[in-house]
Write a protein that binds this ligand. Structure first.
Ligand code: A3P
Length: 305
């Protein structure tokens, strides 16, 4: 089971995707975009869940009661069905929510405004978005590539997509052979559009540094006004500790399901939630490779983490 992800993935229009994505690519390309929906777009492991919970609550007037429903049903992932692809998961299919197994139809049936989560890069989004025919609000969440890679490695081990070492995983990440990669092809098109009126570009590191101020920015972007008490309460709800203990967002069910296949007690979805954790995980040489690679891709722009 060294690297199951590679066995079930291939390059699709320059993106390393689960092959099953081919069965939905046309439907997504021709997706009828509703401009009142909000799209939360990200490369995996950059703080998507954190952003989704924030955006959903702001959009739904801080309805903490309704937020007890699982986030994956409140803010479904458009292409989720493509990720349920491995033979060992088949046995568990009846236990996996329809929001995942039948994601396209599930998203379609939700009442707008829907908080649509997607890891799809710009060139795989609906053509109405790419061609600027429709302009729904898009919130892109990014994170420094080294922490993203370490987080992705632990996640892939957790869901049994990968069973190798961190060093092996880093190589796949750098060569764009993990799902939704290449990393820079993902982030840069949104960075370029960051000043577009319907786009908000966020960094995980900003959320860590000053969550209340990010909440305020997101609220303003969504056309909502929150007072100081509301912001502080939401920031508390979104703290790492509270999210780790919140069953509606902590993916406990996924951890449990994955453990049936092969227990991994040390690993959780809400893992450490820190900036710079890569320093104690990656070798000096690997850090240097990532830094060189980052410099190459950002030499003409002022994107920094
Ligand atoms: P780590 O593995 O580094 O801990 P995604 O939702 O895109 O899959 O991202 C998951 C990453 O976001 C994990 O990172 C997870 O711990 C972190 N995360 C989730 N909620 C968080 C929060 N409230 N505060 C800080 N980090 C959070």
């Amino acid at each position: 089971m060294d690297n199951i992800m590679q066995k079930w993935s291939k390059d699709i229009d320059g993106v390393y995707m689960p092959k099953k994505f081919l069965t939905m690519q046309d439907k997504i390309n021709n997706w009828e975009v509703n401009e009142s929906d909000v799209w939360i777009v990200s490369f995996p492991k950059t703080g998507t869940t954190w952003t989704q919970e924030m955006v959903w609550l702001i959009l739904n007037d801080l309805d903490y009661k309704r937020a007890e429903k699982n986030l994956l049903k409140r803010s479904p992932q458009l292409e989720a069905a493509a990720l349920v692809r491995y033979p060992h998961v088949k046995f568990f299919l009846p236990f996996i929510p329809r929001a995942i197994t039948d994601s396209l139809n599930y998203v379609k049936k939700q009442q707008s405004p829907v908080c649509i989560k997607t890891h799809l890069p710009w060139n795989l989004l609906p053509k109405e978005i790419q061609k600027d025919i429709k302009r729904p609000k898009i919130i892109y969440i990014s994170r420094n590539p080294k922490d993203t890679c370490v987080s992705y490695y632990h996640f892939c081990r957790l869901v049994k997509d990968f069973d190798g070492t961190l060093e092996e995983f880093c190589n796949l990440f750098l060569y764009g052979k993990v799902n939704f990669a290449p990393y820079w092809d993902h982030i840069l098109p949104f960075w370029k559009r960051r000043n577009q009126q319907n786009v908000l570009f966020l960094k995980y590191e900003e959320l860590k540094e000053n969550l209340p101020s990010v909440i305020e920015r997101v609220a303003a972007f969504l056309g909502k006004k929150l007072n100081a008490d509301q912001i502080n309460k939401l920031a508390d709800h979104l703290s790492f500790e509270n999210m780790k203990n919140n069953k509606a967002v902590n993916y406990d069910w996924l951890v449990k399901l994955s453990s049936i296949y092969k227990p991994d007690k040390a690993n959780t979805f809400m893992r450490v939630g820190k900036v710079g954790g890569y320093k104690s995980a990656m070798s000096e040489e690997m850090i240097e490779r990532f830094d060189r690679w980052t410099r190459e891709h950002t030499k003409d722009i002022d994107l920094e983490f």
